[in-house]
Design a protein around this ligand. Structure first.
Ligand code: FAD
Length: 379
């Protein structure tokens, strides 16, 4: 019998994970990625919660442990750079594992690449579906017909725009921005220590990562507008302006940001959609339901990939029921996380000195769950 053909758009975290599970469930996956190679950007993320059993079943936990960051503690600094408290960020025997986003993407891709066709430097330009399939037009390759299409193309999903409508309908800003830049290895003294300075409306983190430390700027601002997303000069100016009065290592870290040819910059947003599928097209990962700030996106993407492949296998020939079952399973995980985002953003980046004082006092009292704090760096 001919295997159903599924087009997966985006080879970040959700894309390769889904390709792996679909291939195991009797589907023929093709993954297109618009970048020329796997994207290498991103901070460290924690594989946790529902992603752990998925990683175990994929057999990738030993490899993830090999490439885990060495981050063991978090030091919080006040606006003057003075130490407020120090917390452990990992505990012996914990099943969670912190890796860089790039390492996770690479491990997932290696696991899936023999069973799926991966096409880089490619994207979709039109999706036209009927009762029996989806006709797909690509930027470079010849048009092809697929049984199903899955949009795993992240926060600014093209599949979502083509099938469901413009991004602004589904995205809510938290009023925060995330900006990151890689640093030279000698920019840190202790590879096991993550340092976080918080001033009103601004946070600055130095993360040791694994091989390349990272400076992470998370701040509240009213600009730039969404249409300025590709304006690198404006991003640099914004970071320079927002961190102008900040002490500690801010001048040196801002200089590193300004020196980089294409540093990361994006508003921190959540994606909320009334439905994740339309006909034969379904969304997965950040494209469907980004949970900015929590750093949970990768774990949600892995859990979602497993759930979608499993539901397609158990509702063979009935993608409508499969998509509905997948969505209802995943929404149970996503909903509570999205509800926490607003509160967490105010806790992470308080707007005033008194808010900061309260945050630090409460943090000391309750041992501010270090895992959450460490995970919520840039979203
Ligand atoms: C460069 C980068 C850095 C990130 N840094 C962090 C971080 O530091 N902390 C954090 O918590 N989260 C970060 N994220 C988001 C995090 O990866 C996601 O929350 C999570 O992994 C969900 O995975 P995803 O596969 O849905 O989306 P993503 O990991 O965003 O992957 C989407 C993929 O789709 C590709 N793509 C986009 N548009 C198209 C298109 N039109 N056609 C084909 N392919 C397309 C992208 O290049 C990317 O490879 C980052 C994402 C990226 C892309």
């Amino acid at each position: 019998m001919k295997k159903p053909e599924v087009l997966i758009v985006g080879a970040g975290i959700a894309g390769p994970a889904l390709a792996y599970w679909l291939a195991r469930n009797g589907y023929r996956p093709t993954v297109v990625e618009h970048a020329r190679q796997l994207r290498s950007g991103g901070s460290a993320i924690v594989v946790k919660g529902p992603a752990i059993p998925v990683a175990e079943r994929m057999g990738i936990v030993p490899r993830l442990r090999e490439v885990a960051t060495r981050n063991r503690s978090l030091t919080l600094l006040d606006p003057d750079g003075k130490r407020v408290l120090r917390l452990p960020t990992s505990s012996e025997g914990s099943p969670t594992v912190e890796v860089t986003r790039a390492d996770l993407s690479e491990v997932l891709h290696r696991t899936a690449r023999d069973d799926a066709e991966f096409v880089f430097d490619e994207t979709v330009t039109a999706l036209d579906q009927d009762e029996g399939g989806v006709d797909v037009t690509f930027r470079r390759s010849a048009p092809r017909r697929f049984d199903l299409v899955v949009g795993t193309d992240g926060m600014h999903s093209t599949v979502r725009r083509l099938v469901f409508g413009p991004e602004r309908q589904f995205v809510s800003d938290l009023g925060l921005f995330g900006a990151t830049v890689p640093l030279e290895p000698d920019a840190i003294d202790d590879p096991s220590e993550l340092t976080m300075l918080t001033a009103p409306n601004r946070m600055l983190v130095v993360h040791p990562s694994r091989t390349t430390p990272l400076a992470i700027f998370t701040f509240r601002a009213t600009r730039p507008e969404p249409h300025d997303r590709k304006n690198i000069a404006l991003h640099k100016q914004t970071v320079a302006d927002v961190y102008a009065g900040v002490r500690w290592r801010a001048p040196e870290l801002v200089a590193a940001y300004l020196d980089h040819p294409a540093p990361f910059f994006d508003p921190l947003t959540t994606v909320r959609m009334p439905s994740w599928s339309r006909g034969r097209v379904v969304l997965l990962g950040d494209a469907a339901a980004a949970t900015a700030l929590l750093g949970d996106g990768s774990s949600m993407a892995m859990a979602g990939a497993f759930a979608l492949a499993e539901e397609l296998a158990s509702h063979h020939d009935d993608h409508v029921r499969a998509f509905a079952a997948y969505e209802s399973r995943l929404r149970r995980e996503v909903r509570p996380r999205q509800r926490r985002v607003g509160l967490l953003s105010r806790l992470m980046v308080p707007g005033t000195r008194s808010g900061l004082l309260v945050r630090n006092t409460v943090g000391r009292a309750v041992g501010l769950t270090s895992r959450e704090t460490a995970d919520a760096k840039t979203g």
